[in-house]
Design a protein around this ligand. Structure first.
Ligand SMILES: CC(=O)NCC[C@H](N)C(=O)O
Length: 130
């Protein structure tokens, strides 16, 4: 069994920061669950363009609000606390955070720890052996 609290992760290698977000990675590939679990903050007033070609991601918003744009079909969704979206088709998308958004994110396959978006807007597929 694994028991871990958010405060244990701050300023460790389980906390990875991008320009517009901070991802606190509660479960990583090395934890052996087959997915990773992140408590992520998207900073207020930011826009983040993403395209996870190597991973499936589900995102459950628990605080804050913003707009999700699906760039594959130009649909827009209001995302606020209690709303989930799943990128079931690896959709290219943009997230506009009107307020700081706190998101619970699940990645399959699991991330190994340091992943950030590359020039292709995706996370690289790391093995953890690099
Ligand atoms: C919602 C989203 O994808 N934000 C970027 C960070 C990512 N979810 C992560 O926690 O690694």
């Amino acid at each position: 069994m694994i028991v871990r609290s958010l405060t244990e992760l701050i300023d460790t290698d389980r906390e990875t920061k991008g320009e517009t977000w901070s991802s606190r990675r509660l479960l990583l590939k090395k934890d052996g669950m087959g997915f990773s679990l992140h408590d992520t903050l998207i900073h207020a007033g930011t826009t983040t363009e993403m395209h996870y070609k190597n991973h499936l991601e589900s995102v459950y918003c628990i605080e804050g609000k913003g707009i999700l744009k699906d760039l594959t079909n130009d649909k827009e969704y209001e995302i606020k606390a209690d709303t989930m979206y799943a990128l079931s088709g690896n959709e290219h998308h943009i997230l506009i955070a009107e307020e700081t958004m706190r998101m619970i994110c699940v990645f399959n396959p699991p991330v190994v720890g340091p992943e950030k978006h590359g020039a292709d807007l995706a996370y690289p597929l790391l093995t953890g052996e690099e």
